[in-house]
Design a protein around this ligand. Sequence first.
Ligand code: GLC
Ligand code: CA
Length: 553
Amino acid sequence: MSDKPHVADKDWWRSAVFYQIYPRSFLDTNDDGLGDLPGITRRIEYLRDLGVDALWISPFYPSPMKDAGYDISDYCNIDPAFGTLDDFRELVERAHSQGIRIIVDLVTNHTSDQHPWFTEARQSRDAGKHDWYIWHPGKKRRVLKFLKPRRPNNWISQFELRSAWWWNDKTKEYYLGTFTRHQPELNWRNDALKDSGFDVMRFWLDLGVDGFRIDVINWFIKDDRFRSNPFKLNVTPDLFQYHIYDRNRPETLELTKEFRTITSAAGGSERILVGEVFTKDPAIAAAYHGEDKLHMAFNFEFLYNPWKATEFYAAIKRWYDLLPDGAWPNFTLSNHDQRRHYSRYATGNETDARARVAAALLLTLRGTPFLYYGEEIGMSDLDVKRRDLVDPLGRKTWPLKSHGRDPERTPMQWTSEPNAGFTSKGVRPWLPINPNHTTKNATEQAADEGSLHSYYKKLIATRKEHASLRDGELVFVEHGENDVLSYVRTSGVESCAVWLNFGNSPRVVIPGEAGGHRRVVFGTHRLRDDALTDDRLLLEPYEVLIARVEPSD
Ligand code: GLC
Ligand code: CA
């Protein structure tokens, strides 16, 4: 038997527990204050012990780092700050040898303005790669003709909070940069660009990656008539516009089919496509699923969900109802762009209890869970001081705390030592380390049976032991009224019932449909193997309870 990924396992991604690594913040092995690829390699055992099956690693490609690596200047290499291609090969080999798969970020909606493609493109309108980007000469002025032409439309830069059109004097045109001015948008209507984009995918597939997380997939194609977006009464994330012309074009769905052809041709174990469909509207994300499109598109509803069982129920139900037939759901509570859920749901001394309920929800729903590094130890957002801010959005919107993304990107807390074991003592880490690492760190929590880390580990192990929890059907029993959410997962003859009390009062529930004999397999307040025989169940505040339902005859 080999513990390598099972080559024949086409559906590995449906039952896998994913863990997102933000490489700059995971582990620094050469004391420059930045996490690196060898740092991830060194922690593969940690991840395996936690029960992680697959990693999504945020960008580590050469980059001027104007948007923390989401501005790439060379798609087929590693930024020296993160290591070398050999380090990457070693990481893939090490991970695969432990049964852990790896997906990497594909950030080809835009490049860095330092990418050689753009350097060439901006030289002249006749340059070979000029049409690889999105240009517009602007609108002629009737008065004040000596000024630059007017901008073509009202499309807006997400991070600079002003027009997304930037003037290029050499060609007397505007280029489009919907994030920062340093991230010019590629033109996915150009065939030569498309071929080069596909080559980037093949390059990483050849290196053995198990798939891609595609950055802002729903922004790849823009309206060919450059129409202005209509007005919408919403500040974040839509910035007062319905994004019907600069995003969410129907042609993008066609493009995903071409992506799928590339991954399908790669051979070996199934290589997957997970799309970041950047929108609050789950219907748009749902439409990206399909045998000929993406395997999954992120469902971001939980990132905005208040702590309310009925609202969780509504979001889950909405997502299940929206997904097309045969599509597989996914859920996530935190990522590198949003506040950590530990902080979002914090409430005095009940915060840890809530984190446990949230984790149980994420790991027992029907759908692939994506964890964000550090959530297993309850890492929280750090209030980063103005002088330490790195994120362009955070700097732009300072002092508004809710918009910057540095707070959720602080270094992983491995130990209680100075610099938290992330980097050596005396080194200045790229972002400050949360001072709470003295009491909250992976090493101490892994050794403590009662810690959040041990809880995640046991929960993941429980999920692995029960086919129903991994890929079973789901039927709701309690819909969040009285703070309780409960459901039964069933796969073949096996069934597990899950009860989650989101509130701080005890609640009585009638197991009803979760009938038969029940035996505890996991819980916060009961012992494993205890029988649940009563007709009524008393749930303690924030109780998590998972019971196997045994057939009564
Ligand atoms: C995605 C990434 C985000 C990045 C942006 C531009 O939303 O998750 O971190 O800044 O795309 O690439
Ligand atoms: Ca380093």
